[in-house]
Write a protein that binds this ligand. Structure first.
Ligand code: URA
Length: 236
């Protein structure tokens, strides 16, 4: 059993004072009854806790999506560079969230964070083939031969072998690339191996999840339904 206010903080609902205000406003229900008392003891394994009508789940898994801007490195700390952790609002800071995979400093787009090590592993392990979809602006024009090379599983300039991937030319100097692994600078290196230097890279999608209308630099927490969907759908 644990206090309701602590549980809400641990779910990333808000800071302690924000949680107090949320409870006072009557936005929380425990087992379908309104609850304003933060000291109320609940069992996270069996109580149904809802905020604004939406279930907060019981397993304590938090997943946060960031629309990453350019200029931030994906690391939990760095002596010289700004890190993506600085973009997480205060209510998530104590949750020990880790970035799921990495985006380069100059790559924009969808980056997930979670406190659930097992989920993190599921999402990044090439074995599970969770798709990651990027749009690249690049030099040159992707050809049918390039599409084929991606599909066959290409070899990078240093001999690294890549799993089968999908290259879709979108127009002059623009392509969509779908991969299911996350080797260092993978998309940039795959494109370079085919003579197409990448100038801009944006991740649109991971598993079933897209950024939607989340503004650049902003975060939002995934619902339990979205978390479940993430790992059962959309494999390459
Ligand atoms: N591939 C890259 O080259 N860079 C990224 O940031 C992500 C995938």
């Amino acid at each position: 059993m644990e206090r309701l206010d602590k549980f809400l903080c641990d779910c990333g609902v808000g800071t302690r004072s924000q949680v107090k205000a949320i409870l006072k406003a009557g936005r929380v229900r425990v087992d379908d009854r309104p609850e304003k008392d933060g000291s109320r003891k609940i069992d996270p394994g069996s109580s149904r806790i809802c905020l604004d009508g939406q279930s907060l789940g019981t397993a304590g898994t938090v997943v946060v999506m960031l629309h990453k801007p350019e200029g931030y490195v994906t690391a939990t700390e760095d002596k010289q560079e700004k890190t993506v952790m600085e973009l997480l609002p205060e209510q998530y800071r104590h949750l020990d969230l880790k970035p799921v995979g990495r985006l380069d400093k100059m790559t924009t787009g969808l980056l997930l964070f979670t406190n659930d090590g097992e989920l993190l592993h599921k999402l990044i392990s090439p074995k599970n083939r969770v798709q990651k979809i990027y749009v690249a602006s690049h030099e040159g024009q992707a050809s049918e031969a390039d599409v084929l090379a991606f599909r066959e599983g290409m070899e990078l300039r240093d001999g690294t072998k890549c799993l089968s991937a999908v290259l879709e030319p979108l127009g002059p100097g623009q392509s969509r690339i779908t991969v299911c692994e996350g080797k260092y600078h993978q998309v940039r290196r795959m494109m370079a191996a085919r003579g197409m230097h990448v100038q801009k890279l944006h991740r649109q999608q991971e598993g079933s999840l897209t950024l939607g209308d989340l503004p650049l630099g902003q975060t939002r927490q995934l619902t339990p339904e979205e978390i479940e969907q993430l790992t059962i759908d959309n494999y390459l």
